[in-house]
Design a protein around this ligand. Structure first.
Ligand code: ZN
Length: 66
């Protein structure tokens, strides 16, 4: 299986798992996966950003009500 981000072959984990990682929220087709390197360098930072922006809009909503 190839990584849907860098298009390189996904190398098996030390535990034998070679299915890669869930690339959400990176845009991808069903069944695609990303490699460990992209998971840490692209996907996790994206998730952090999403969580942060959700918090920002939630905080903004709270402030609007007051
Ligand atoms: Zn990759």
């Amino acid at each position: 299986m190839k990584c849907c981000i860098c298009k390189k072959e996904i190398t098996p984990e030390p535990n034998g798992w070679d299915g890669g990682h869930n690339p959400d929220p990176y845009p991808h087709e069903d069944g695609e996966a990303c490699c460990t390197r992209c998971n840490f360098s692209v996907v996790l930072p994206l998730r952090m950003t999403q969580i942060k922006s959700e918090n920002v809009s939630r905080i903004a909503d709270v402030l609007k009500d007051k």
